[in-house]
Ligand binder design. Structure first.
Ligand code: HEC
Length: 97
């Protein structure tokens, strides 16, 4: 895990959608479609990130809870608060504008 953290570039912004995208590609693609451009979903029935982002009533607090193992069936990915912030920024960046 510390090796991964060393590979992640350090960003000044509090939330960084680009960093979140990198984290999503590394850690979330095993189970979720994480790209807006993806044309097919894995046959596991799990929500894609664009589909999650499209839910208008979704708040960042709900997203944080969803990626937190205490609150869902997701595996414990041991994400830092900063990585969670970046992931949330990335998922919201997938919202249609
Ligand atoms: C090992 C498979 C697996 C991986 C890897 C995984 N997830 Fe999930 N994810 C799940 C499952 C299973 C659910 C359904 C959880 C539930 O219903 O409690 C889920 C649900 C979610 C939800 C909630 C969707 C909803 O319908 O409310 C979000 C958000 C989410 N995952 C984000 C992520 C993010 C971000 C990552 C990468 C850091 C990730 N997941 C990696 C299996 C995974």
């Amino acid at each position: 895990m510390s090796g991964l953290l060393a590979l992640l570039p350090v960003y000044a912004a509090a939330q960084d959608a680009d960093a979140g995208r990198e984290i999503a590609r590394r850690w979330c693609t095993a189970c979720h479609v994480v790209e807006r451009t993806a044309t097919e979903a894995p046959a596991n029935g799990l929500p894609t990130f664009p589909a999650i982002a499209a839910r208008v009533d979704l708040s960042s607090d709900q997203l944080r809870a969803a990626i937190n193992p205490q609150h869902s069936r997701m595996p414990d990915l041991a994400l830092s608060k900063r990585q969670q912030d970046d992931l949330i920024a990335y998922i919201f960046s997938l919202r249609a504008r």
